[in-house]
Design a protein around this ligand. Structure first.
Ligand code: HEC
Ligand SMILES: [Cu+2]
Length: 323
């Protein structure tokens, strides 16, 4: 009798303790490896002139298992993500090719067709973006055209040389006919302040006042863009940025009121003249590091982003065309 009771007790213990424990243990072992979701995404391939990839942009979370089901709707295409070492091979119309991978790395990855499908084949590209919801600031640092990791995006850049008044690109244009400018190199990677100094130190500018040299710099900056680009940038700025940075760039928009760090005042020449187009471009696309400055790299095209940068410079310089 005593033995039977012991057995019953054991059975009861197994049920009462063992079962919940096995559930917890199961979670413990199972969850960490698959804390992302399984994302099934259907991707249609068409020749670029017929639309290219649909969708052209895919966002998943880090840790997600991504299952792509790819169908070709016209001719044979290919599918590859170079940075992830994925190459599906030929995608035959009428068949569905499947590829599955775990998105472990945060970043932007270009997926592309690697089978010659049309004269515009090289345009057949899309973007897979992997974000970390727990750490949204861990945004990709490199992008075609600009290597963010080479840039000092977050340091303050107050400078010694900045214009006292808003320089005029129109006056600068007139002056540029009269003097031979020194070789200046790529303006996108330089600050107006640095370019001011290069011109200032040159022989050609010996007879010019500081104000005139700044007009020249304003002219160089405005002639690197077009009024159309700046107008596009202005529209995007009004919609997306003015809430924090202010309609006239003064950093005084209502959206910034409760942020710990104040939105940058683009009319403050001392800091504005110390940044470069590349730094502003990278900041807009990557966003701040927990400062409240959102990232826009998933929202704007690169071209749209450059147009915003072009527009930002008008807070420092007066345009040739409008003055
Ligand atoms: C929610 C408020 C907010 C919005 C909206 C916002 N910003 Fe910002 N921005 C900030 C804050 C705060 C900073 C300063 C902290 C930092 O640099 O990260 C900043 C900094 C910047 C800088 C860095 C300037 C420098 O001197 O280095 C640029 C460039 C910029 N923003 C551009 C933009 C553009 C362009 C948009 C719209 C597409 C935009 N911001 C929208 C809040 C905002
Ligand atoms: Cu192709």
């Amino acid at each position: 009798m005593y033995k039977q009771e012991l057995l019953a007790l054991c059975a009861l213990l197994i049920i009462v303790i063992g079962f919940p424990m096995s559930v917890f243990a199961y979670q413990y072992v199972y969850l960490p490896t698959t804390h992302g979701e399984i994302k099934v995404i259907d991707l249609v391939a068409r020749a670029p002139e017929a639309g290219g990839w649909d969708p052209e942009y895919i966002t998943v979370n880090r840790g997600d298992t991504v299952r792509l089901r790819i169908a070709a709707h016209d001719v044979v295409h290919g599918f590859a993500i170079g940075k992830l070492g994925i190459d599906v091979g030929s995608i035959i119309p009428g068949e569905v090719a499947t590829v599955e991978f775990v998105a472990n790395e945060v970043g932007q990855f270009t997926y592309y067709c690697n089978v010659w499908c049309s004269p515009y084949h090289y345009r057949m590209r899309g973007t897979l973006e992997v974000v970390d919801p727990a750490d949204p600031d861990a945004f990709p640092m490199t992008e075609e055209g600009v290597d963010f990791s080479e840039l000092d995006i977050d340091s303050p850049h107050e400078v010694e040389f900045y214009p006292a008044n808003r320089p005029s690109a129109a006056r600068g244009r007139a002056l540029s006919d009269q003097i031979e400018l020194p070789a200046l190199g790529d303006l996108r990677s330089q600050s107006p302040s640095a370019v001011f100094q290069t011109i200032r130190e040159g022989e050609a500018a010996a007879s010019l006042s500081d104000e005139e040299v700044w007009d020249l710099v304003a002219y160089l900056w405005s002639s690197a863009t077009t009024p159309e680009q700046r107008a596009q940038g202005e529209t995007l700025y009004a919609k997306n940025c003015a809430a924090c940075h202010g309609e006239t760039g003064g950093g005084d928009g209502p959206g910034g009121r409760y942020l710990e760090e104040q939105p940058i005042d683009f009319t403050d020449a001392r800091t504005m003249a110390g940044g470069s187009s590349e730094i502003y471009y990278a900041k807009i696309r990557r966003g701040g590091m927990g400062t409240g400055m959102p990232y826009w790299g998933t929202i704007f095209t690169e071209e749209e982003t450059w147009s915003i940068v072009d527009y930002l410079w008008t807070f420092l310089f007066r345009d040739a065309e409008t003055e």
